[in-house]
Design a protein around this ligand. Structure first.
Ligand code: NAD
Length: 262
């Protein structure tokens, strides 16, 4: 670890130690160390699939699109089911244990923050979740495991057992409206925190990526932890380049040392 990197970690630890309200904002990059590929890194999902195929409009209007979507879901269900939280997720749990965490605004659909031990009420899922599937006609809800069993029986496009309606994951598709309550909660937390930490997001997907801007304009210190440059680096107060797991664990250790000394 370079001296400059270590110094940034110490400065960020000071900021968190002195803060009362910390908001954590996460993207797919926090979960790559848990074995879930992100979208835009080398080897990410968009090297294998065309994002244009997965818009809400196509899903609703084309049976072929729904078939493709369910193929992808069937392939990834075991990856999501078996993924375990990594040290970056655990670091966010440690922040909650210190009573500093206001909430986690996540773009992820993988449920790893809750699996790590963060309270359900602290997690704002801006892009929904892959854990549940809903009938778009009658609202009946299914777990991903229930529908995975149907897919594994050879059904290519599962439908609602009650009304034969179209089934869709509760994850937000491209072009679909954002969940209103989650957006309100995220905006409120972003406007009212002392420290806002982005972990593992390229910050190119809007409106989610507007949250760090809202926080910074409202007076929060903005920290970005990411392996590569992001679209908002010029806006950040501190940038930590590297593995989310290593960086977050190092930051939390430093904060814990300060709390032990106090
Ligand atoms: P993204 O793929 O656009 O960006 C991920 C960023 O994380 C990249 O800049 C990459 O350099 C960085 N990164 C990857 N691994 C890292 C690591 N170990 N440590 C530090 N940085 C790392 O993802 P995004 O910004 O979240 O936006 C894309 C969309 O992807 C979101 O809408 C989200 O819903 C969806 N998505 C979610 C998951 C998931 O739930 N785990 C997985 C893939 C995509």
């Amino acid at each position: 670890m370079s001296q400059e990197h270590q110094q940034t970690i110490e400065t960020v630890a000071d900021l968190i130690h002195g803060a009362n309200s910390v908001v954590v904002f996460t993207g797919a990059g926090i979960s790559t160390e848990s074995g879930i590929p992100d979208f835009r890194s080398a080897g990410g999902l968009w090297e294998r699939y065309d994002p244009e195929e997965f818009t809400y409009q196509k899903f609703m209007s084309s049976e072929n699109s729904r078939k493709l979507m369910w193929q992808l879901a069937k392939e990834f269900a075991p990856v999501l089911e078996n993924a375990e939280p990594n040290p970056a997720h655990q670091a966010v749990v440690r922040l909650e244990e210190m009573n500093k965490l206001v909430c986690i605004i996540t773009q992820n659909v993988d449920y790893l923050h809750q699996k790590a031990g963060n309270s359900e009420s602290k997690v704002v899922e801006l892009h929904g979740t892959m854990r549940y599937i809903r009938c778009l006609s009658c609202g009946q809800r299914y777990t991903a495991q229930e529908i995975q069993a149907v897919l594994e029986d050879g059904v290519e496009i599962p439908e609602c057992h009650h009304c034969a309606g179209i089934l869709k994951h509760e994850a937000i598709a491209f072009g679909e409206a954002m969940p209103a309550q989650a957006m309100l909660k995220a905006e409120h937390a972003s406007k009212n925190c002392d420290v806002f930490i982005v972990i593992g997001s390229s910050l190119v997907v809007y409106p989610a990526a507007s949250m760090p801007v809202v926080a910074k304009r409202s007076g929060a210190s903005l920290i970005i932890v990411n392996r590569e440059p992001t679209d908002l680096d010029s806006f950040a107060d501190y940038i930590i380049r590297g593995s989310a797991g290593e960086a977050m664990d190092a930051i939390l250790k430093s904060v814990e040392q300060r709390m032990d000394r106090a």
